[in-house]
Design a protein around this ligand. Structure first.
Ligand SMILES: NC(=O)c1ccc[n+]([C@@H]2O[C@H](COP(=O)([O-])OP(=O)(O)OC[C@H]3O[C@@H](n4cnc5c(N)ncnc54)[C@H](O)[C@@H]3O)[C@@H](O)[C@H]2O)c1
Length: 367
């Protein structure tokens, strides 16, 4: 019996986008859709009559033809659902964040490794052509030495009542910064304000320290007048601005910088400002979610490690959890536990790897 069937769990705001792509990329392998809401199930049944619609994961796990599940439910349900799916031998794609704690995230990443299953986290921005190009610029030395990064993810809405802004939309910025800067974050300091719901920060200002004294600042808010989605990276030679709201030219490489010139008579260092040309690269217009899901389906087929695997998800959760600890400590600097780098982390069985990796360090640090 074929085991390449797929199931989508969660058909809310974001699950609708996954469904649209699954319908295009994976019909007729997409066999099941699960949602806890009767209303969402009704809508799904109307839109996708060829897909079996049900209220919980049991119907999916009872179907031996299903090899992989895709989870787009609210964040607190991720760990329990991923755990059930992995325990039943299914490959998993799960929306961000992987889990609500480092302990859970590590357990899921380790379980996937142990059973040779693909675990991929939906860090969509790592599949956005502009972000991929930014990393290429950084890696090729085009920017010189990276000095600092800052991002703004602001809008009026979508207001959440159960998770603060950094858990809700911050995973995107952490994943982008981790991807661009390559190294593991060392420390986090977070401040925030609660204005709409008790106990939930509607706006947060989070500073993350990376190796080499690279500082990243992330501002997230759902209580802001202007929709802003922007990441800026400043290097010693050039600077990059990714503006996701600018559909025509989302990425600009600026030939700007401050170059040292001869010290003045008193030996004080002086700088000449360079304000050169701006270059707008031509980028693929492929939908990132489609690229991301295509990558997951390829990994399931070949057994390859996804670019945003479980360990990548752990590295994001480690920053989110440290930010919570910092908030509780009034904005104090909190260390981030060490997580295996992709090159050294364990791979799903059947794929090559250099060594067992230091993930036990993290397990110790996280527990
Ligand atoms: N990658 C992205 O750019 C992106 C964007 C938005 C949201 N997301 C992620 O997608 C996920 C869902 O967010 P959303 O905004 O669509 O939420 P939502 O509340 O709009 O939808 C969640 C859906 O899941 C269903 N559900 C809840 N618990 C369930 C369970 N245990 N079993 C089955 N169904 C269940 C709900 O009935 C609802 O239809 C979150 O993890 C969020 O972080 C990702």
């Amino acid at each position: 019996m074929a085991t390449d069937g797929l199931a989508l769990i969660g058909f809310g705001y974001w699950g609708t986008n996954l469904a649209r792509n699954l319908d295009r990329l994976a019909t007729p392998r997409w066999r099941h859709l699960v949602d806890a809401s009767p209303e969402r199930r009704r809508t799904a049944a109307e839109l996708y009559p060829g897909v079996r619609v049900s209220a919980d994961l049991d119907a999916v796990l009872d179907d031996d033809g299903v090899g992989a599940v895709l989870i787009a439910t609210p964040a607190p349900s991720h760990a329990p659902l991923v755990r059930r799916a992995l325990a039943a031998g299914r490959h998993v794609f799960v929306e961000k964040p992987l889990a609500m704690s480092v302990v859970d995230a590590v357990e899921l990443a380790e379980t996937a490794e142990r059973h040779g299953l693909v675990l991929m986290v939906g860090h969509t921005f790592e599949y956005v052509p502009a972000v991929v190009r930014m990393r290429e610029y950084i890696r090729s030395g085009e920017l010189g030495e990276v000095l600092h990064l800052h991002s703004q993810r602001l809008n009026l809405g979508r207001i959440q009542s159960d998770l603060h802004t950094f858990w809700s939309i911050g995973p995107h910025d952490v994943s982008i910064a981790n991807y661009l800067l390559g190294g593991q974050p060392r420390w986090v300091a977070a401040h925030g304000g609660r204005y709409l719901h008790d106990g939930v920060e509607d706006v947060m200002f989070v500073t993350v320290g990376y190796p080499g004294d690279v500082v990243a600042h992330m501002h997230v808010s759902w209580l802001d007048p202007a929709k802003t989605r922007r990441t800026t990276v400043v290097g010693t030679r050039r600077m990059l601005v990714y503006d996701d709201m600018n559909r025509e030219a989302p990425l600009t490489l600026f030939d700007k910088g401050a170059e040292p010139v001869e010290p003045d008579g008193q030996g004080v260092r002086r700088y000449r400002l360079r304000d050169g040309a701006a270059h707008v690269p031509v980028l693929s217009t492929a939908e990132p979610l489609s690229v991301e899901l295509g990558h997951f389906l390829d990994c399931v087929r070949t057994g390859a490690r996804p670019r945003t695997d479980g360990w990548n998800g752990v590295r994001v959760v480690a920053v989110l959890e440290a930010a919570d600890a910092s908030l509780r400590a009034g904005g104090a600097t909190v260390n981030v536990p060490r997580v295996p780098a992709p090159e050294t982390g364990p791979a799903p069985s059947g794929t090559s790897r250099a060594g067992a990796g230091p993930h036990s360090d993290l397990t110790t640090a996280a527990r």
